[in-house]
Write a protein that binds this ligand. Structure first.
Ligand SMILES: Nc1ncnc2c1ncn2[C@@H]1O[C@H](COP(=O)(O)OP(=O)(O)OP(=O)(O)O)[C@@H](O)[C@H]1O
Ligand SMILES: [Mg+2]
Length: 301
């Protein structure tokens, strides 16, 4: 725990409060993922969904998105489903988690609010989505963008961005691809590690459909695609996605709470089925992007 962090509140746990009793989260884990209670507000984060950085009872820090975020309740389901799919195909994504946010934490921290226009309301308590902060916030540098000179020093730059490209085509991520780049503050090599973040607009936000477009999902810094000579450069991720079976895809949607689905879990099942169908169109989607006016892969032979 970092005692220098601002806005520290007393740990609810040390105050004798125990996590909520719902059986599915009693073991601190759901479907192999952390399922934990938030115990400390650290700060608000930037971003349209108005997330907060919270510390949880497992002493891990999480960027947390709430059910009443101004985007859509389904972005929580999208984040969880897509992060689990990304993990299964081996893409670097911060560990997703189920975060129980107690009302006491919200009422004790006036900054835990959602602002829409002139309206201000408290963040919703209950189950929220958490994206684990890769490291201790006091000791880890997190960058949303890097200049090209530093981008070239990112570990596995090409494979990660090409894998993310295939993934975004598959899930029809309707937002620009977002990555964070992290390194320890004492790492003088300036070698950053990339992580895929913000999967909230995969499956087209709250729509859960796939308005495909060849010019979507292209990262604005083109040097990340310099290595592309052909479809083979999108491996191993392309084949890994193509080889997923329907059961594996559905498993990644398992135990996503109904409150995150706005309309029920049946639609989430249907979404998983449609993802299984879409795999076979992935190669053509990459070729369509290559041939698009944006010409994202200038070195394609
Ligand atoms: N797991 C994480 N670890 C560290 N920082 C993170 C993590 N996830 C998100 N962030 C930071 O929080 C910011 C907001 O996160 P995110 O982009 O997911 O929110 P958003 O509300 O969807 O943003 P947008 O305005 O792009 O829609 C990011 O720009 C990034 O700096
Ligand atoms: Mg974002």
């Amino acid at each position: 725990m970092n005692n220098n962090l601002p806005n520290k509140v007393n740990s609810l746990r040390s105050a004798g409060q125990s996590p909520p009793s719902a059986a599915w989260r009693s073991k601190g884990e759901v479907v192999g993922l952390p399922s934990v209670m938030a115990v400390e507000f650290i700060r608000r984060m930037r971003g349209a969904s108005q997330p907060c950085l919270l510390r949880a009872e497992d002493d891990v820090y999480y960027v947390v998105k709430f059910q009443n975020n101004p985007q859509h309740p389904r972005i929580l389901a999208n984040e969880m489903f897509a992060a689990r799919l990304a993990e299964v195909v081996g893409l670097p994504v911060p560990r997703p988690a189920f975060i129980e946010v107690p009302d006491e934490l919200i009422s004790g921290n006036p900054q835990m609010v959602i602002e829409t226009g002139t309206r201000i309301e408290p963040c919703a308590g209950g189950l929220a989505f958490g994206s684990s902060f890769p490291g201790d916030p006091g000791l880890t540098l997190v960058m949303d963008f890097l200049p090209d000179r530093l981008l070239r020093k990112v570990r596995r730059l090409g494979p990660t961005f090409l894998g993310a490209f295939v993934f975004d085509k598959w899930t029809c991520n309707c937002n620009g691809r977002q990555m964070i780049f992290t390194r320890s503050v004492d790492d003088k090599t300036h070698a950053y590690t990339p992580w895929l973040i913000d999967q909230g607009f995969c499956f087209n936000d709250g729509e859960w459909n796939f308005p495909d477009s060849p010019i979507r999902n292209i990262y604005p810094r083109r040097l990340v695609y310099e290595s592309v000579r052909g479809l083979e450069n999108f491996e191993p991720y392309l084949a890994r996605i193509e080889n997923l079976d329907g059961g594996q895809i559905k498993e990644c949607a398992r135990d996503i709470p109904g409150e995150w689905c706005a309309g029920g879990r049946a639609e989430l099942q249907r979404l998983a089925e449609r993802l299984a169908e879409r795999k076979r169109r992935l190669r053509q989607a990459i070729i369509d992007a290559k041939n698009s006016d944006l010409r994202p892969f200038p070195n394609w032979r």
